[in-house]
Design a protein around this ligand. Structure first.
Ligand code: LLP
Length: 448
């Protein structure tokens, strides 16, 4: 069983190598329960059913605030793709973060929730004409240009008297991130313009030609789940070289530099995470130094953390449905969720911690494969988890660091339906998103 390591409540990103993946509010409760945000997970499971995603509001807020405090001069935009709902938009908005969205859906939800459009930045390698029109109509703060074709397409919808601020997404040739599928800082993938070979410089030149576009700066996103600061420093150097080239050629100093997100968190006790304090010290220093070398004014820094704000605030709670003891000693504990609410283990081989909650036991830990309920042998959530040997149907299992890229990538596989989401805060729980039912699936059917 994974033990809960107490952490300081105020500074979640202390960079402590032996830190915990659980929210800072996690405390042992009575009868083997675990309290998050002052709410017992077993109690929440009883009240809202399982699988249940519990979101610790204060963990999200504290993490958002930690970014604002660590990087007071920078603009911090929460990457909505990690997880977005109206409450999440409220929390990050109230903590003075901006929002990075990558679809009309994310954009519409945020604006409908009351998020100010001028603090929203729109991404995407394939924005539809409707998405571009919507972004302009809602007056989003910035649009990130990702292809040459997008430049005249966007410019055709804008007018010189109210130009749209744009960033040009470049590929700095920096390899970083937890899986090849999320490494976007290198060539040979679909995003951005390579710095090498002149594509990025050409994109900037074409933006400068458009009176309806205001070139605000450069953007890059290296990858995800990066736990070292060095890749960001290399990216700063390469982007500043390009800023200098733009200045030399066109006499223009671009005022913004967006380093994207990718800040790593810990999924299991003792894993490293990106040290925010170290990032906040070294990245602005490096930016100032590189700009000084080229005689450039220092652009404003933008960062887009998604996972680092949302993941540690989420805990997934499952109920064990069956425990199968094989003759070879192997034990499979099947829970009522799986790859439809968390595709990350199947997609990327992501590793998670898991613990029993809601029942005290002295049984010795035993290796158990925690598997999902879906019709695939690959539906394994946590292989080889150490769980009490007396694990049985009806038990509750909790998985930490579940707040990012699980719900946002959840699917309708097997018509199981996506789980409910409850917020916990200072001893109170409230439902944010109800469980998806078969009626929801049927409602979308309009013919037969
Ligand atoms: N900015 C841009 C342009 C991005 O593409 C992303 C993530 C972020 C910011 C936020 O990255 P974060 O700080 O959350 O790492 N589904 C994968 C992650 C894909 C991330 C895609 N882009 C996973 O579950 O690990």
């Amino acid at each position: 069983m994974t033990t809960v390591v107490a952490r300081p409540a105020v500074l979640p990103q202390s960079g402590h190598p032996l830190g915990s993946p659980w929210p800072a509010s996690a405390r042992a409760g009575a009868h083997g329960d675990l309290l998050v945000g002052g709410v017992g997970l077993a109690e929440a499971a009883d009240r809202f059913g399982t699988p249940l995603y519990v979101l610790d509001e204060q963990e999200v807020r504290t993490r958002a605030r930690a970014y604002r405090t660590a990087l007071p001069e920078a603009e911090v935009l929460y990457a909505a793709k990690a997880f977005l709902c109206s409450a999440m938009a409220d929390w990050v908005g109230e903590e003075s973060l901006g929002l990075d969205v990558c679809s009309a859906g994310e954009l519409r939800l945020a604006v409908a929730a009351g998020f100010p459009a001028h603090r929203i930045l729109l991404h995407g390698n394939a924005k539809s004409p409707e998405e571009l029109r919507l972004a302009l109509r809602l007056r989003v703060g910035r649009i990130v240009i990702d292809s040459l074709a997008e430049i005249p397409r966007l410019a055709a919808l804008t007018v010189a008297r109210s130009p749209q601020a744009v960033l040009v997404r470049v590929v700095p040739e920096v390899a970083a991130g937890h899986h090849p599928a999320v490494r976007t800082g290198v060539g040979g993938q679909k995003f951005g313009f390579p710095v090498r070979g002149g594509d990025a410089a050409e994109a900037v030149r074409r933006v400068l030609e458009q009176p309806g576009l205001r070139p605000a700066g450069l953007h890059c996103h290296l990858g995800s789940q990066i736990t070292e600061v060095e890749p960001y420093l290399t990216a700063v150097d390469r982007l500043v070289d390009l800023l200098a080239e733009v200045h030399d050629r066109h006499g223009v100093e671009l005022p913004e530099l967006d380093l994207g997100g990718g800040h790593g968190v810990r999924y299991r006790p003792g894993e490293p995470e990106l040290d925010l304090a170290d990032f906040a010290r070294r990245v602005p220093d490096r930016l100032a130094e590189a700009c000084g070398r080229h005689g450039l004014a220092v652009p404003r820094l933008l960062v887009e953390p998604g996972r680092a704000v949302a993941a540690p605030a989420g805990v997934a709670v499952y109920r064990v449905l069956t425990v199968k003891h094989g003759s070879d000693g192997r034990v499979f504990a099947a829970v009522d969720g799986g790859m439809s609410d968390n595709p990350r283990p199947a997609l990327y081989g992501s590793k998670y911690a898991v613990r029993l909650v809601g029942r005290a036991t002295d049984a010795a830990p035993h290796p158990v494969d925690v598997v999902g309920r879906h019709c695939e042998a690959g539906d394994v959530l946590v292989p080889g988890a150490l769980l009490p040997a007396d694990l049985r149907p009806g038990d509750l299992l909790a998985v930490p660091a579940a707040g990012a890229y699980q719900l946002s990538m959840a699917s309708g596989y097997n018509l199981v339906g996506r789980p409910a989401v409850a917020a916990v805060d200072r001893g109170r729980a409230r439902l944010l998103i109800r469980r998806e039912t078969v009626e929801d699936f049927r409602t979308r059917e309009v013919g037969r």
